[in-house]
Design a protein around this ligand. Structure first.
Ligand code: GLN
Length: 282
């Protein structure tokens, strides 16, 4: 079997198995099985797979057909054009979360931001991108999960920002040494029943997805404590789920009656982020 044939077979199997992005997923798995990069994959479509390579590749295809995400099979996922280590202790970074990064960077360009905290950092993707893009800013990243922090540490090291990001173990804002200018968080926000119903937690950690009964338990808890963790004029950026914009805005409005609160959609047009911006103290 050649590289080209292996890809075609996997693509067909994925199409039948209702695996999305069949072409990309086949390529990622074949590259992983053969330990080659994208260029090598395209340069040698007629390369013959050794029987052991073919069998190894097909084992990966079968794992994918069984529902395991490709990112966990290969141990890698791209986010913001960078490659991150992932394992089953962390949520796989989603493309829509790049909205949080874009917005944080835009705010940091406009306003004096000296310190940023990412709450619930998981594999550390958001914090790493911010550290790389904002070399002057002090960055904290917290997570309650020790295994997740180990993955985040790996990613900080591989991207050369281990000395720029302080990884802190603990619940949400608790481990922060003091208030910061900007807090960014992609907390668990899926209503518990949905998470089970959709089988979301079959592979990914429930801890990173489960937002309690209405999905807003963790976001609500963070909002209720954010007041004394943001500096005057500070910002809070929260990723939210579909149809949570109204509830989160109302919640923040009660806590911060005179602040600016806005909801932004992602590229698919779905409400994806709430931004709280505290008015500067006169
Ligand atoms: N966007 C993720 C999903 O729907 C949920 C991420 C989260 O809870 N923060 O699978």
């Amino acid at each position: 079997m050649t590289v080209k044939e292996a890809l075609t077979r996997a693509r067909k199997a994925f199409a039948i198995g209702n695996v999305e992005d069949a072409r990309l997923e086949s390529e990622l798995l074949l590259r992983h099985a053969l330990r080659i990069d994208r260029v090598q994959l395209y340069q040698e479509p007629e390369r013959r797979l050794a029987p052991r390579e073919a069998a190894g590749f097909w084992r990966l295809v079968e794992r994918r057909l069984g529902g395991e995400p490709t990112a966990y099979i290969t141990g890698r996922r791209e986010f913001y054009g960078l490659s991150f280590s992932v394992d089953s202790s962390v949520l796989i970074p989603r493309p829509e979360t790049e909205l949080l990064v874009d917005t944080a960077l835009e705010i940091a360009r406009r306003c004096p931001v000296m310190s940023v905290a990412e709450i619930g950092t998981g594999c550390g993707a958001i914090a790493v991108v911010l550290a790389l893009s904002l070399p002057e800013v002090r960055i904290y990243a917290t997570d309650i999960s020790a295994p997740a922090l180990r993955v985040a540490r790996l990613n900080c090291q591989s991207h050369g920002v281990a000395d720029r990001i302080r990884l802190l173990a603990g619940d949400m804002l608790d481990p922060l040494p003091g208030p910061v200018d900007l807090v960014v968080a992609n907390l668990p926000y899926v209503p518990q029943r949905e998470a089970y119903r959709l089988g979301l937690a079959d592979f990914e950690p429930l801890l990173a997805l489960d937002g309690g009964r209405d999905g807003l338990e963790k976001i609500g808890r963070l909002c209720s404590k954010i007041g004394d963790r943001l500096r005057p004029g500070g910002f809070l950026l929260l990723e939210i789920g579909q149809e949570q914009g109204g509830a989160v805005t109302a919640l923040l409005r009660r806590l911060f009656p005179s602040a600016r609160i806005e909801v932004f959609p992602d590229l698919a047009g779905i409400d994806r982020m709430v931004v709280l911006s505290l008015a500067p103290v006169e």
